[in-house]
Design a protein around this ligand. Structure first.
Ligand SMILES: NC(=O)c1ccc[n+]([C@@H]2O[C@H](COP(=O)([O-])OP(=O)(O)OC[C@H]3O[C@@H](n4cnc5c(N)ncnc54)[C@H](OP(=O)(O)O)[C@@H]3O)[C@@H](O)[C@H]2O)c1
Length: 254
């Protein structure tokens, strides 16, 4: 029996990148996964590749109605239960202080901080019923200060602190809350703001291998393995786990 056999997992942003790879990994370990995102075609591609263990729900995490629909779909696909909410959906906005606008800052904070907080709220009854857990995604940008990542780093710092506070708050309700901090994984997250096409956005990450003492950038499955541990480790809550090939050590050779 696989270790995630029978688990019901909701992965936001599961149509691409880390979310898609983790969804496939969880399904390979026996879980039923529900993936959400705004682009139906991307979700369908992932679900078709995974098979019946994966169901899609199209929606925007910044919409209250869509958040509830995500939870409802995951509970239905999970046979009445939800064991883990993976708050993976996120955006970035590159630029320094003078490139920020109120709208750009608020969009990053709404997508990366407010939306996962409120989705966790919507999922709490189901998570409490299953004594499940929540996993947030932080960023190595909270370990390494890099000019031009202002709003993104601020939002991910908030995510990490939110995760720890929620762990304290929800522990008595038997819901665990943890956070992973990925290093560089080749995804499309830079494409929307750099104007690069998705392939170029991914290629950008492969140039960062030297920043990881392990000698390579990450694969979504690397992140999925750490999440699997956090889903199964029944006494681990409030953990902020670096899954970054050592990038956050700041030991990159020049
Ligand atoms: N790649 C890295 O090196 C890295 C490192 C550290 C942390 N992370 C974090 O990992 C997570 C996944 O990112 P990724 O690298 O896999 O990039 P990605 O491929 O761009 O994935 C982001 C996902 O979030 C979804 N999303 C964004 N805004 C949404 C919204 N308002 N409603 C619903 N879904 C939304 C997107 O789907 P739609 O556009 O279809 O909605 C997309 O599938 C993010 O939280 C990111 O900050 C990534």
């Amino acid at each position: 029996m696989s270790s995630l056999q029978g688990k019901s997992i909701l992965v936001t942003g599961g149509g691409t990148g880390i979310g898609a790879g983790c969804a496939a990994y969880f399904a390979s370990r026996g879980a039923r996964v529900t993936i959400s995102g705004r682009r139906e075609n991307r979700l369908r591609e992932v679900a078709d590749a995974i098979g019946p263990a994966c169901r899609i729900v199209v929606g925007d995490v910044t919409s209250a109605a869509d958040r509830q629909a995500m939870v409802d779909a995951a509970v239905a696909h999970g046979g009445g239960r939800l064991d883990c909410l993976v708050n993976n959906a996120g955006i970035t906005h590159h630029g320094g202080l003078m490139e920020q606008t109120e709208a750009s800052v608020m969009k990053v904070l709404q997508s990366n901080v407010a939306a996962p907080l409120l989705l966790t709220q919507a999922a709490l009854p189901a998570l409490e019923a299953s004594q499940g857990s929540v996993i947030f995604i932080g960023s190595v940008h909270t370990r390494l200060a890099m000019a031009g990542r202002l709003a993104y780093a601020a939002s991910k710092g908030a995510v990490q602190n939110m995760s720890r506070v929620l762990a304290a708050e929800l522990g008595p309700r038997k819901v665990r809350v943890n956070c992973v901090i990925p290093g560089a994984v080749a995804t499309e997250i830079n494409a929307a703001v750099t104007g690069q096409d998705p392939a170029e956005a991914k290629a950008f990450f492969y140039k960062l291998a030297h920043m990881h003492p392990i000698g390579r950038i990450g694969e979504p499955e690397d992140i999925g393995q750490a999440m699997e541990y956090l889903m199964l480790a029944t006494w681990t809550t409030g953990a902020v786990v670096d899954v970054d090939g050592g990038m956050g050590l700041g030991a990159a050779k020049l």
